[in-house]
Design a protein around this ligand. Structure first.
Ligand code: DNO
Length: 346
């Protein structure tokens, strides 16, 4: 297992030097943020980022994310140009030592929450989702929590209307088309693609979401068996789907060699579909973190791991989910689980 930490580039308030001091830290998971979605990343930006990371004594083997242009998800004729740019970016990243690219195929929005700072009894706060509150929001009228989109309301409205003709089946076909076209570049560059599950894993605002559980993941790997076609095993995203048995899925896809990257995060369920993010320990939420790590270890997973969202604690007011303190505590806890389980497993 290689422990990593997400870092949002030079504008991140957390210095690389602090990240390096977290016990067991090997590298950061980062991205180039100055390139419009769909264009090829510039070599200058990639080289500069890598130098900053390496100079701090850390590696840069995982990129999260190379965004997928909406035209690719919509299957528009312009998609081929954007797919070519994507493949060229993969080759560039491979040449700079990147081994894994995390991406998602969610229409328009990435993760969605209804509250960014839900206060817990201990005074900490964290991200939270309540389905009834989400259903009451109209993305064409209100800004969604955490989403200061680069679209104007008119552009967003148009984009949402374009998805009216795209159901889950079409979206899935568009994903398969995209992967088949870029995987040759991944093979050449030695880069694994690691799709991030939809967060939360069900349709929202009438937009289809397809990376939601076992059935669709099995279909994805059956239709695109290339070994570089992999998964970011995000426990919090898949785990929000209460029908998903997370330790079972961890074991199954680890054994199949499909897990290229793991996001380990704890959530506590409430109501019928609500969840609040908590500290990483098993005792703090609804997911059995110990069983998940055991399944990964026993399944032979030896890839990149990062603690996922943390709470705001000790007075920190971090980027939603991405403060320093609670994620660092998450690393310490997860590394302890790993050491204990690995020793028993040998
Ligand atoms: C949320 C993250 C996601 C993830 C993307 C990958 O905190 O896990 O935003 O980076 O879905 O493309």
């Amino acid at each position: 297992m290689k422990m990593t930490f997400r870092w949002f580039g030079e504008s991140d308030s957390i210095p690389l030097a602090y990240i390096r001091q977290i016990p067991g830290m090997t590298g950061v998971v980062t991205a180039v943020y100055d390139c419009p979605p769909g264009e090829k990343w510039s070599e200058k930006s990639v080289a500069r980022l890598k130098k900053a990371v390496n100079d701090a004594g850390l590696s840069m083997e995982v990129i999260e994310s190379v965004p997928v242009h909406e035209d690719i998800k919509l299957g528009k004729p312009s998609r081929d140009r954007y797919i070519d740019n994507y493949a060229a970016t993969i080759e560039l990243l491979g040449a700079y030592g990147v081994r894994c690219v995390c991406y998602n195929f969610m229409p328009v929005f990435d993760w969605l929450r209804t509250e960014l700072k839900k206060t817990a009894p201990d005074g900490s706060n964290s991200l939270s989702f309540d389905g009834a509150q989400m259903a009451a929001l109209d993305p064409k009228k209100t800004a969604l929590p955490g989403w200061d989109l680069s679209y104007t309301p008119e552009e967003l409205g148009r984009l949402l209307d374009e998805y009216a003709g795209v159901d889950g089946e079409t979206l899935f076909e568009n994903l398969v088309y995209f992967l088949r076209r870029i995987l040759p570049a991944c093979g050449k560059a030695g880069v694994d693609m690691a799709i991030h599950p939809d967060d939360p894993p069900w349709d929202i605002f009438g937009l289809p979401r397809i990376i939601t559980g076992e059935k669709n993941l099995d279909r994805l790997f059956a239709e695109v068996p290339d070994p570089h076609n992999g998964l970011t095993f995000c426990t919090g995203s898949l785990g929000a789907g209460r029908g998903n048995d997370i330790p079972y899925l961890a074991g199954k896809y680890a054994r199949a060699g499909r897990i290229k990257f793991a996001h380990l995060r704890q959530i506590r369920f409430f109501g019928t579909d609500g969840f609040t993010e908590t500290g990483h320990r098993t005792a703090d939420g609804s997911l059995d973190m110990c069983a998940i790590v055991r399944a990964l270890v026993q399944g032979g997973f030896d890839g990149y791991v990062r603690p996922d969202h943390g709470r705001n604690i000790w007075g920190e007011d971090g980027k939603p989910g991405y403060g320093l303190y609670d994620r660092a505590l998450g690393v310490a806890y997860l590394s302890g689980l790993w050491e204990a389980i690995q020793k028993d497993h040998r």
